[in-house]
Design a protein around this ligand. Sequence first.
Ligand code: HEM
Length: 443
Amino acid sequence: MRQTIPTATIPTITKYRNHRSAMSQDILGYLENLAQQGDFLRIPLGLLGSAYFVNHPDLAQQVLLKQTKKFQKPFTVKYTAKGIFGENLFTSDGELWQVLRSIISPAFNAQRFDAYASIMTDYTTAMISQWRTGEVIDIPTAMMDLTLGITTKAFFGQDLRDNQIGQAIIGFIELFSQRISSFPVPSWVPIKSNLEMKRLFTLIDNHVSSIIVKRRRSGEDYGDVLSMLIKAQASDTTGLLTDKQVRNEVLNLFAAGYEVTAHSLAFTFYLISQHPEVEARLLDEINQVGEKPITISDLNQMPYLEMVLKESMRLLPVTAVVSRQATENVVINEYTIPKNSLVLIAPWTLHRRSDYFPEPLRFNPDRFHQYKDNIPKFAYLPFSGGSRICIGNAFAMMQMRINIAMILQRFKLTVPFDYELQPFFNFNTRPKNGLPMTIHARG
Ligand code: HEM
């Protein structure tokens, strides 16, 4: 293991004017550059104070688990959300976060997963029944459509893709991602993107609110997240679970889940297409279950599929960086992170540490078997870690394995020979110019 004595030195940058412009122009390259310079660095951000770059599993564990109460979501995230809709599980802290997390957690209990699995298989079957050999599709777009269908059906009881609301959600999330990736212009400034976000948000708000009212009137339990939230609202003693909060959580569950899942899937299909030996082994495993909708017990018989997915999320983690803000002075090892400083933990660079992931740039699913005992928990963080670990991680892992297995059973996907993947970070990591893939039915 690499011996590290964390030092809060200031990293050097050569190509850019300052750290903020380096971050906004090429954050992935910037993070990789930082990782070369140390495991604990101080980044000067002018009037915004300092950010601390943390690139060691023990230090990440301090921030995300051991001393997590001394950190909150950064003001940029809160500010971005507040001006538009308010707080939600993703952006909140303290009591509100605790209340929301405990209300929403049952939606991700294992006993609900059989029902989710059948939605996932039905939607995957419907999608691939439209695919034709020779067609070229943009995989992220196709996966976003699939994931949005699955998510809205599972959590909301309705497939919202084809109506105005589904499109409004997609447009809203896109603008929100842009807003959160740069320093947000206050929401009251009437620039085009703010006005458009407000317009879309009003549409979504009206639709969701009318469904809430109908549901409450009918008193029927649909067994989905919305019913759960409405039920929790009736017995809420904190006063925190207002109608507005329920609406925010519905929106949050779409927003937090669908794009990251879709891009993780897209990257996985890309990596599989580049590694025929991986694809062959995967197919052997998938074909053992025969051509049929995949069940949860089938997934348990597919360890290699899980390794492939984990390796894809190691090499190309969609959440490339997770950030926090210190609410007080925090001592980590011998260093103090002053109150209000930002802390950046980058799965992108942690996952490329050669001491835990030998030959880190090589796509090698077997590492999750061969070296798994050498991988500390906080060295591998595609879903973050600690108390704020992604609430949807088991849902996403199940969905992606079902999607991959069912698609590969019937189709081979290839990229054009001159295609070059350029991962690009805009709140989440995605392929810069899309990811066209050609569909070939397996004979
Ligand atoms: C491959 C798919 C996914 C990835 C890579 C992913 C990644 C993450 C990460 C890294 C975080 C932590 C962010 C932070 O600490 O700042 C997070 C939080 C969260 N994720 Fe996911 N996510 C995925 C899928 C989903 C799905 C499917 C849902 C819901 C349907 C979801 C809902 C959430 C929510 C609500 C939070 C906030 C949890 C909290 O703060 O308590 N995610 N996700």
